[in-house]
Design a binder for this molecule. Structure first.
Ligand code: SF4
Length: 214
């Protein structure tokens, strides 16, 4: 398994030399907001919405004092806009009241923030703090890792544990970013491009996934 994991990591690195977060942000709290908006929404949609939101509320203090109904208007197209707008404002208020205006750097603290679950917390730990072992278990990650025989099932917490047991901790955050890119480009949910897939030698589902849903 170790050799297989390392080979997959290297092949992904060859395809994607960088492993950028797909969400656009400048400040740490902006990433927290963008990740909250990305739930059940595409990163591309979030990146269209956040410039207007961040321009309207250009500081953490401004966001914490924002009128929730106005934030709802900004984020409406991301879906679940009422929950997202409320979480964004309340989380920004908590950053100021409890964390000195910084996104905290531990899982325990992050999970106290409204709207922040393990997926968001892992992404923030990996991207803001470079914490080894951060695993962002999104739909691309679970689908592709299952196809590659690295994990089983679609329960994010279980898959996170399975991947933590086999991925080198220092590689895990970048691995997850690259897997998302691969999931968009090659190993798509429906009709994956198996004929263009360099990971095919490791795949347990090659050619079985044509037409599958996610
Ligand atoms: S062979 Fe096909 S299903 Fe398997 S990892 Fe590659 S693209 Fe995905």
């Amino acid at each position: 398994m170790k050799e297989k994991v390392n080979a997959i990591i290297e092949l992904l690195k060859q395809r994607y030399s960088d492993a950028p977060c797909a969400l656009h942000y400048k400040a740490d709290y902006e990433l927290m907001i963008a990740v909250r908006l990305s739930a059940q929404c595409t990163d591309a949609r979030v990146n269209l919405v956040t410039p207007g939101l961040f321009a309207a509320y250009p500081t953490l203090e401004a966001m914490a004092n924002a009128d929730i109904s106005d934030v709802e208007n900004h984020v409406h197209s991301c879906g679940f806009y009422k929950h997202k707008a409320r979480d964004i404002v309340l989380a920004c208020q908590m950053l100021l009241s409890d964390f000195g205006g910084k996104v905290p750097g531990t899982m325990e603290e992050l999970l106290r923030l409204p709207g922040v679950g393990r997926k968001t917390a892992n992404l923030l730990l990996g991207d803001l703090y470079g914490v080894p072992g951060s695993i962002v278990c999104d739909t691309h990650c679970m689908r592709i890792c299952e196809r590659l025989g690295l994990s089983k099932g679609r329960d994010p917490e279980k898959v996170e544990r399975q991947l933590r047991a086999i991925l080198p901790p220092e590689e895990s955050s970048d691995f997850c970013h690259r897997i998302v890119l691969y999931g968009r480009e090659i190993c798509t949910a429906r009709n994956p491009k198996c004929d263009q897939c360099e990971l095919a030698p490791f795949c347990t589902e090659i050619n079985k996934s044509q037409g599958s849903s996610d």
